[in-house]
Design a protein around this ligand. Structure first.
Ligand SMILES: NC(=O)c1ccc[n+]([C@@H]2O[C@H](COP(=O)([O-])OP(=O)(O)OC[C@H]3O[C@@H](n4cnc5c(N)ncnc54)[C@H](O)[C@@H]3O)[C@@H](O)[C@H]2O)c1
Length: 371
């Protein structure tokens, strides 16, 4: 068997990171060093099955810690980095962007600079192989009207503190390629859904609120549009871009699956009505709910809420041969089922500091109350 490639994955304990680490290990091509600070968004249970795996090592630490990162390059001599560590929740960035600037901007720069210094020391053959793949978002392009799509050529126009911090990190990555010839690749992906997503994000929030009979808060009139991709499809695109992408290139990734928020919430409710009807859930039995959709509650809109995101993914399809494999209905049902079958993971993620935080910061106000 060929020797395995050692890679550093940052943010491997988060939602996409967990799915990506699993994919890399299943391929049996990689030895994975996972550098993760284990912030509130990480769940130690996500990767607990990998304890003792011969091709997996976990390092607790921050992508802002240059000394630690230098020591990882020195010790493991990786052939690449897949940079996912980030603060990722727009609503939190609106309350305060401090951590977003630290991790997304300073952290990405620190990873880049440490990686570049290491890359400089490599012999030519290894230098040619090395890749720094930066996982980014379509939110850096701002908001679309009713028509059109984001492509790799769309000008940057971030409109909230999260997307501004991701845009800043993308610019550093691009500049490192342009200035130093450092072999970077960027993927800008649309909204992901699937197993292991932290419960503050829309899809798990709706599933878990519904199951405990809490209101389902939908921003504004629910007409904002997001383009959803199943997380495994995204991870396959990231792996392919890392292996086959051209240094300096950018790939927009999406599954052509636009949904209005309110329609998405209705679809989640109808899956739940089907597999866990309210009448069969002990704590809801006496509520007289016929459908979870009765819990939908339109709330005051998010500040500066981008109206629509949609990706034209033809470049990654054409140049790397990627295509999404999981249809939305199947993916959404799998996701709902995953949250129903993993109560221990859900309890761990929903308790502790998150439980307190959501009580304190998320006094969602109905539109009426807000007027
Ligand atoms: N979720 C999406 O829909 C989506 C879409 C496109 C791009 N992205 C990007 O993909 C990446 C992963 O997103 P996600 O949804 O998995 O995020 P997440 O919030 O679920 O996970 C982030 C992970 O990064 C870790 N982390 C945070 N700060 C760190 C630091 N300073 N040092 C080391 N680790 C740190 C956390 O502990 C956590 O494990 C992010 O860069 C995000 O911008 C996400």
């Amino acid at each position: 068997m060929n020797q395995k490639h050692t890679v550093i994955v940052t943010g491997g304990n988060g939602f996409i990171g967990t799915n990506l680490v699993q994919l890399l290990l299943e391929s049996r091509q990689y030895h994975v060093i996972n550098l993760d600070a284990l912030t509130y968004a990480a769940n130690p249970l996500s990767l607990e099955d990998l304890e003792g795996h011969p091709d997996y090592e976990f390092v607790k630490g921050s992508i802002t810690d240059r000394q630690l990162i230098d020591s990882l390059f020195e010790k493991h001599k990786p052939m690449g980095v897949l940079n996912l560590a980030a603060e990722s929740h727009v609503d939190r960035s609106i309350l305060s962007a401090d951590d977003f600037v630290q991790t997304n901007v300073v952290g990405t720069y620190t990873m880049l600079e440490a990686a570049r210094m290491y890359w400089n020391t490599l012999p030519d053959e290894l230098k040619q192989q090395f890749r720094f793949l930066h996982v980014s978002t379509d939110e850096v392009f701002g908001s679309l009207g009713e028509d059109g799509f984001f492509t790799e050529e769309t000008p940057y126009k971030p409109q909230n503190p999260y997307s501004a911090s991701k845009a800043a990190s993308d610019h550093f990555v691009r500049a490192f390629h342009h200035t130093y010839g450092f072999p970077t690749i960027i993927t800008n992906c649309s909204n992901n859904y699937g197993p292991y997503q932290f419960p503050e994000k829309m899809i798990p929030l709706m599933i878990l609120n519904a199951l405990s009979g809490k209101p389902l808060p939908v921003y504004g009139d629910g007409s904002n549009v997001r383009d959803w991709i199943y997380v495994e499809d995204h991870c396959k695109a990231v792996k392919l871009a890392f292996e086959k992408g051209k240094p300096g290139e950018v790939y927009a990734v999406g599954a052509s699956n636009e949904q209005k928020n309110v329609n998405l919430v209705n679809q989640i409710c109808s899956i739940l009505d089907n597999i866990a009807p309210p009448i069969e859930v002990p704590q809801l039995r006496d509520r007289g709910l016929k459908s979870y959709a009765e819990l939908i509650n339109f709330v005051q809109d998010r500040l500066g809420h981008d109206h629509r995101y949609a990706i034209d993914a033809s470049k990654v399809q054409r140049e790397l041969g990627w295509k999404p494999e999981v249809g939305f209905e199947t993916g959404l049902r799998k996701t709902v089922e995953w949250y129903l079958s993993n109560p221990k993971w859900v309890d761990q993620a929903s308790g502790g500091s998150y439980g307190e935080w959501i009580e304190k910061n998320y006094a969602w106000r109905t539109k009426k109350e807000a007027e």
